[in-house]
Write a protein that binds this ligand. Structure first.
Ligand code: GRF
Length: 195
């Protein structure tokens, strides 16, 4: 079984990140979150900080393209990162990182890709679009990241039925609960995979 040194990228409250850190603390996955990178000082950094996990805020503002890339590469190398997880990260990774970590970057999306993905499809926009389109099912998707938003190979999905009076807010809540379980499951699949 493999054990990865994980870097998590976040832009928000980091509840998915927390679920993965907790899975690691509970021994449900053997990989460890070694580094958390955010694009601004968001509340999701509090939990890893409280556990002494290294965190960094790296924003494109005030940095050249190369400085932005080098700041990330330096941290990823220093922590010997071999798996990146995007957990509510709203920016695009530099293509150099996507290429260097080919098949080693995961993202979680709150709908059943390939539907309801792409630019602008994040947060409540996704759940509103799902309900407005009259879908019967929704649910989160964990997929590999390539250079196009929400496009990479799908690793894991879980379907739930949408109720007749379902609101976007309620759907978000139900999907998020499942996200907290399947993101760790997806990491476990990679740990157990023969290569
Ligand atoms: C989740 O809904 C995830 O699917 C999406 O962004 C949200 C992040 O939530 N990519 P959190 O910051 O993990 O609470």
């Amino acid at each position: 079984m493999k054990s990865y040194n994980i870097a998590a990228y976040i832009s928000g409250s980091g509840s998915n990140l927390k679920s993965i850190i907790d899975s690691s603390l509970n021994g449900n996955i053997s990989s460890k979150v070694r580094l958390v990178i955010a694009n601004r000082d968001v509340s999701g950094l509090d939990y890893p900080r409280s556990l002494g996990i290294d965190t960094a805020v790296i924003s494109r503002d005030n940095l050249s393209r190369d400085e932005f890339l080098d700041a990330q590469l330096d941290l990823l190398n220093r922590h010997k990162i071999n798996l990146i997880i995007l957990a509510g990260y709203l920016k695009k990774l530099p293509p150099e990182i996507v290429r260097k970590f080919n098949n080693r970057i995961l993202n979680i999306h709150p709908a059943l890709l390939p539907k309801f993905g792409g630019k602008g499809m994040h947060g409540m926009n996704v759940h509103r679009a799902v309900i407005e389109s009259g879908e019967i099912f929704s649910g989160p998707t964990v997929h590999f990241v390539d250079e196009i938003y929400d496009n990479g190979r799908i690793l894991l999905q879980q379907k739930i039925e949408i109720g007749p009076d379902e609101t976007p807010e309620n759907l978000q809540k139900r999907v998020l609960e499942i996200e907290h379980r399947i993101y760790s499951e997806a990491i476990k699949i990679l740990e157990d995979r023969e290569e």
